[in-house]
Design a protein around this ligand. Structure first.
Ligand code: NDP
Length: 339
């Protein structure tokens, strides 16, 4: 195992943000690299993910995942190449998906590494369209929202990793109308011209409720909520009888210092028999094989398109994360490291 690196750089959270995170709350530190222990592999990370849920993990209390520890390496989805193996079934050169991102080199237990095939899709796709965000879209639309052919679907955060797949999956499966909202005119154009949404609007250009009514004059059956706040309120007003809402995320409030008020029109849910249901992707590993089969097929046939926004260099990982919260990404936000 000669020729292994002796040092890896890794990001630590050094202070907990109150409100918007700041770059000073992150520190890039060096750590020694050792050969992998028994049953483990050493991976050179090639791409790692920055995701909205990581903002919650920067708080002292996070409802559904352990908070990042201060002055310890941060973690998250990553794909890389095995450069040393002491685990049966893994060889040098294998590509693996694992959970130790935010660093250059990771020592991973074989049970926490999944081999991925770069002949099926570029490796970064396993962090996005074929990975956790894609599965979130798939389960959130088909299972949580009980999508059925003919439904009119509205999705917020529609140009992002999850949202862009929700809208296209709904179109592919026969939605009567797909409406998306996003934070720039460029994103809105992309939704309609490339992803085949029926209509889209820029939520920064005016009242969300008014723009949604114009885009869906006959109302909607499904709302896939990535944003919360005014978006959720507007959707409740536009939902038809027996409408369904997938509560996937509420990024509009992740940096709020006070909890945001709930939708003022929630009482409408009773009369309209609306179902609002939360979902967490980690509850649904059983859906992974069908998800990969369907999505890989739709990518191959050209029915489903995807974008990635790639930020190069480990030094820029906090910029990538902050950029994600500011909406600087189209599709999945990825940090790529030199191979
Ligand atoms: P995205 O790729 O969609 O990136 C985040 C996007 O959020 C930005 O690009 C920005 O786009 C948008 N945004 C930021 N602030 C606001 C705001 N104030 N109002 C409206 N939009 C805003 O991220 P993901 O696809 O990874 O995640 C989307 C949502 O899904 C998040 O809420 C996330 O927490 C949730 N999620 C939930 C999971 C679950 O298991 N429940 C799993 C994975 C994700 P814009 O330019 O349009 O503003």
């Amino acid at each position: 195992m000669s020729g292994l690196p002796s040092v890896s750089r890794e990001w630590h959270l050094v202070a907990r943000p109150a409100g918007w995170p700041e770059k000073e709350q992150f520190a890039l530190r060096e750590a020694p690299v050792s050969p992998p222990g028994e049953g483990r592999v050493l991976v050179r990370n090639l791409h790692f993910s920055v995701d909205p849920y990581m903002r919650g993990r920067m708080n002292e209390l996070n409802p559904y995942m352990p908070p990042f520890e201060l002055n310890r390496p941060m973690d998250g989805g990553a794909v890389g190449e095995v450069i040393a193996s002491a685990a049966e079934g893994f060889s040098v050169g294998d590509h693996v998906l694992h959970g130790l991102g935010w660093r250059e080199f990771a020592e991973v237990g074989a049970e926490d590494a999944v081999k991925v095939d770069d002949s099926l899709a570029p490796l970064s796709a396993y962090l996005g369209v074929l990975g956790m965000p894609g599965l979130t879209a798939y389960v959130g639309l088909f299972d949580t929202a009980s999508f059925k052919e003919g439904d009119a679907v509205f999705v917020s955060g529609a140009a992002g990793a999850v949202g862009s797949q929700v809208g296209q999956m709904a179109r592919i499966k026969g939605a009567s109308r797909v409406i998306g909202s996003a934070g720039s005119d460029e994103k809105v154009r992309l939704l309609v011209e490339e992803y085949g949404f029926s209509a889209a609007f820029n939520y920064k250009n005016g009242s969300i409720a008014e723009q949604l009514k114009q885009a869906a004059p006959d109302g909607i059956d499904v709302y896939f909520d990535n944003v919360g706040g005014d978006h959720l309120e507007a959707a409740i007003s536009s939902l038809r009888l027996h409408g369904r809402v997938t509560l996937c995320g509420a990024i509009g409030g992740y940096n709020d210092t006070e909890p945001s008020p709930g939708p003022r029109n929630l009482p409408l849910a009773a009369g309209k028999r609306i179902r609002l249901q939360g979902m967490l992707v980690t509850d649904h590993p059983d859906r992974q094989p069908q998800f990969v089969e369907d999505v890989a097929g739709w990518i191959a046939s050209g029915e489903l398109k995807y974008h990635e926004t790639v930020v190069k260099g480990i030094e820029r990982a906090p910029d990538a994360f902050l950029g994600l919260l500011r909406g600087e990404n189209i599709g999945k936000m990825i940090v790529s490291l030199p191979s």
